[in-house]
Each structure stands twice: as structure tokens, then as C-alpha cells.
Write a protein that binds this ligand. Structure first.
Ligand SMILES: [Ca+2]
Length: 287
């Protein structure tokens, strides 16, 4: 009895690798109720096409364990999922069927909010050292890792194959809210101060990500945030009295003139632009 308890404790704390969580069981790692489901977008470095079947990135997250995403053969292949929100991710489970190149030993998992270098600019969360075919390989993160993107990267010259990827974690609450009313920057600031806290400050990759998610839903090409230029003192600042350290200016879009405020683009990389404060855009409040 004592030995079986010790065994359970040991199994529970190994922190990896192969378990049967794929088979719908609830393991210490993969609590079914924490599985991230819903809308997401997947992408990968290339799609393998064979006999009119396109082995696209979505096949790694479809309901079928024997359908796989599959890239062409090259070095530096990647697969990425955009969870379309920010989560605290506690576990990633990867299941692969037996195939000519389905052993992921040597691959890396990245989690974070950066899209740079296809997600590999995020901190490395795990080097996959002992991948087991036909088992769910659990990669646990304790404490959980915050991020919108999960990337699997394979440095060696090979195909990248993923048959079933499950991600577990909890959705974080957005600190921001898009207000879909067109206002000048000053009126937007008044509105946020009256109804919420103030206009949103973007101070790091995560707050930039939250602002991007709100801007996606706007109907104006730019949205105001709490970024203001003081021509008296000659610098940009956040209306929450924060200095501007993290920046995401579009090239050539930082203009230092009077009556200018900062807005982020709805499209593209959601870069920042200088806009005349009298223009009317929708805006993002800090809740
Ligand atoms: Ca699949």
C-alpha cells in the first residue's frame, strides 16, 4: 500500500513526458476541463501536398488523432497556434502516430505574445528531449506560462509533423475594452475617465496583445490609446503617468509636434501611429 502511494506520488511529479491523456482521461497534467477550445488560427512554415491532400496546420487540432499537419522538408520548420486571447498555459500535449518523421525529439516549444520570427522570439518553454510515438507527450508548465501563441519549432532539416496537439490553460481577463464610438482623443479620454479608469496604456508585449485583440473589432482604421505628446516638454507619455519604454511605432510614424496623440492600427501588425488629436476614432479604455 505504502509503495503504491509512493509510486503515485512519483508518477504525479515526473513533469513529463508520455501519458495516456490523449485518450480522454484526466491526468494530473491534462485536466479536461482546462482544455482550450473554441476559435483559434493555426499556421505553419509550409504545407505538404500529396495525392491532392493538403496536410495543413489545422489538421494538428482537428478532432482526429490520425490526421496530421505536415510541412515540406527544410530546416527551421514551425507550426503555430494563435489562441486569439491570452491564456495562462499549464500544459501542452502532443500525440503523433508512427510516421517517417513523426518523432519530435529535438524540437522546441515556445509560448508568448510575440509573433516575431514566427513565435520563436518568445522565451523557449521546453526543449523536447524524449518524444514517444503513439503516446500523449505532456509538457507541463508550473507555474503556467502566459501567452497568445504556442509555436513548435524544429531546428533540424526535416519534416514537421503534428497529429494531435491539445493545449490546457485558463483564459486571462482583458484589462481593456474597445468603445465603438468615434471621438477626438480628448473626448475619448473624458469618456474613459467617466465610465472606466482611463485610456489604455501599452507598457509591454502582453498589453500590446490585449490592445491588438480589441483593435481587431474596431470599425475605424486606427483606435486611440492613452499616448500623448507634450510639445511643452518634448516627449511622449502615457496618460496614466507612465513613461514610454515599450514601443511599437510603425516606421516613420513617430511625429513629434503639438496636439498629437498616439493610435494603433486596426490592420497589419497593429503598429502605433501619430495622429492629430482632433481626428475621430474609436478608442480603448482601461477597465
Ligand atoms: Ca489531427
Amino acid at each position: 500500500m505504502l509503495w503504491s502511494l509512493v509510486l503515485i506520488v512519483l508518477v504525479g511529479f515526473t513533469g513529463s513526458e508520455a501519458s495516456n491523456c490523449h485518450e480522454n482521461s484526466s491526468t494530473a497534467c491534462c485536466k479536461v476541463h482546462d482544455e482550450i477550445k473554441g476559435e483559434w488560427k493555426t499556421s505553419q512554415s509550409s504545407d505538404w501536398i500529396d495525392e491532392n491532400v493538403t496536410y495543413d496546420s489545422e489538421r494538428a487540432v482537428d478532432p482526429y488523432a490520425d490526421t496530421c499537419s505536415h510541412t515540406n522538408q527544410t530546416s527551421g520548420n514551425w507550426w503555430r497556434i494563435d489562441l486569439l486571447s491570452v491564456y495562462t498555459i499549464s500544459c501542452v500535449c502532443i500525440f503523433n502516430i508512427e510516421n517517417h518523421a513523426s518523432n519530435l525529439t529535438g524540437a522546441q516549444i515556445y509560448i508568448g505574445n510575440s509573433r516575431e520570427e514566427n513565435g520563436t522570439a518568445n522565451p523557449t518553454c521546453r526543449n523536447i528531449t524524449n518524444f514517444t510515438i503513439k503516446k500523449c507527450n505532456d509538457f507541463r508548465f508550473n507555474p503556467g506560462v502566459s501567452g497568445r501563441y504556442v509555436t513548435v519549432f524544429l531546428p533540424r532539416n526535416d519534416f514537421l509533423i503534428l497529429c494531435d496537439v491539445k493545449i490546457f490553460g485558463k483564459k486571462k481577463e482583458s484589462p481593456f475594452q474597445l468603445i465603438m464610438e468615434k471621438k477626438t482623443w480628448a473626448d475619448a479620454l473624458d469618456y474613459c475617465r467617466g465610465h472606466h479608469e482611463t485610456l489604455a496604456s501599452i507598457v509591454d508585449e502582453e498589453t500590446q496583445t490585449w490592445a491588438e485583440l480589441e483593435a481587431d473589432n474596431s470599425s475605424t482604421p486606427f483606435v486611440w490609446v492613452g499616448l500623448r505628446y507634450t510639445c511643452t516638454l518634448g516627449f511622449w507619455f502615457w496618460v496614466e503617468d507612465l513613461i514610454v519604454e515599450f514601443t511599437r511605432w510603425a516606421p516613420g510614424s513617430k511625429i513629434e509636434e503639438c496636439n498629437m496623440s498616439g493610435a494603433i492600427e486596426k490592420q497589419g501588425n497593429h503598429s502605433w501611429s501619430t495622429k492629430c488629436a482632433d481626428m475621430e476614432f474609436e478608442f480603448i479604455c482601461k477597465k
